[in-house]
Design a protein around this ligand. Structure first.
Ligand SMILES: [Zn+2]
Ligand SMILES: [Zn+2]
Length: 309
């Protein structure tokens, strides 16, 4: 029996084994107070009547759909000359062949790396106390948790990514991701499996640590978080910076401009979502940041010399 309803009688009344739309009708009839999203969610778990498979399949489909759905507009924009003016490296438009190669490689690694989590994800959620039941938490709770995950993931990403730029880590693992000096959306997940797992820890591991500490997390919040994190990763690899890009309104948001420089210069700008780590630890990439850094060093040296006199 599914854990989507905390009430066995209700689960029995709603039933399963019919078609998905029949199950949905039944949920709507017996649980009219739920919002539409909660009804779809409850119908899915009731219809599947196997929470392990319901969660595993849902996560797999969510990842594939959201990733490629978000990559598609960028692949189309690449074909439209009008948008060239917003391209960060306008002379480097990825060829169809390059994009096709990247797509095949990402798909293959998704199927290889994610076949196991389909079966293990739900049992892990149960052990950790991640809830799948309806109703969902309030919007405020979800927003606060997701904001925290963004901050924690960015911190993990900064340090792990910086480490990946050292010697053997770069040579044997991270170099694969740097195949594209001018990235495009699909390249976001083009990486060595070791990199996918270790940088992915920021996305999946941080919520796990959170729920271990607080005991309070819903699987739907996790779905939203992973979707937003995917969008952030794809967008930061898009290669386009528009006047309406998020970093124009939130100056601490990294965006494509930040990560494109990382791919271009292979050094600096290690964080994923925000600019504060690179700013405060002086690891910003690009000629402008380098000039500013040198200027700062010069000023410091001059002040030191003045003091010494
Ligand atoms: Zn890198
Ligand atoms: Zn990248």
């Amino acid at each position: 029996m599914s854990a989507v309803f905390n009430n066995a009688t209700l689960s029995a009344v709603i039933g399963h084994g019919k078609s998905y739309s029949e199950t949905l009708q039944s949920v709507m009839l017996h649980q009219p107070q739920l919002n539409r999203m909660e009804q779809y969610w409850a119908a899915w778990y009731s219809y599947m009547d196997n929470d392990v498979l319901a969660t595993g399949l849902m996560f797999f489909v969510l990842h594939e759909f959201m990733y490629f759905f978000r990559c598609l507009p960028w692949a189309i924009i690449d074909q439209i000359p009008f948008f060239r003016r917003y391209k960060l490296q306008p002379t480097k438009i990825p060829s169809a062949k390059e994009q096709w190669y990247c797509l095949k490689s990402v798909l293959l690694s998704h199927f290889l790396v994610e076949a196991i989590p389909i079966w293990t994800f739900h049992p892990m959620c149960q052990k950790l106390g991640i809830s799948v039941s309806v109703p969902f938490p309030t919007l405020k709770t979800m927003a606060l948790q997701i904001s925290l995950f963004f901050i924690l993931e960015d911190t993990w990403h900064y340090w792990a990514h910086r480490l990946f730029h050292y010697g053997i880590f770069y040579k044997y693992i991270h170099k694969q991701h740097h195949r594209y000096a001018a990235p495009f959306g699909l390249a976001a997940e083009y990486a060595h499996p070791v990199e996918t797992l270790s940088l992915g820890f920021g996305t999946v591991g941080m919520p796990i640590l959170y729920v271990l500490y607080t005991g309070n997390l819903h699987l739907f919040t996790l779905c939203l978080w992973i979707t937003l994190r995917l969008f952030q990763a794809v967008d930061s690899h898009s290669g386009y910076d528009f006047p309406w890009s998020l970093n124009k309104f939130l100056p601490f948001w990294a965006g494509a401009e930040h990560h494109d420089l990382h791919h271009h210069y292979f050094i600096g700008n290690y964080a994923s979502s925000f600019r504060w780590w690179d700013y405060s630890l002086d690891t910003e990439a690009g000629p402008e940041a380098k000039a500013e850094r040198e200027e700062r060093m010069k000023r410091k040296a001059e002040e030191k010399a003045k003091k010494a006199n």
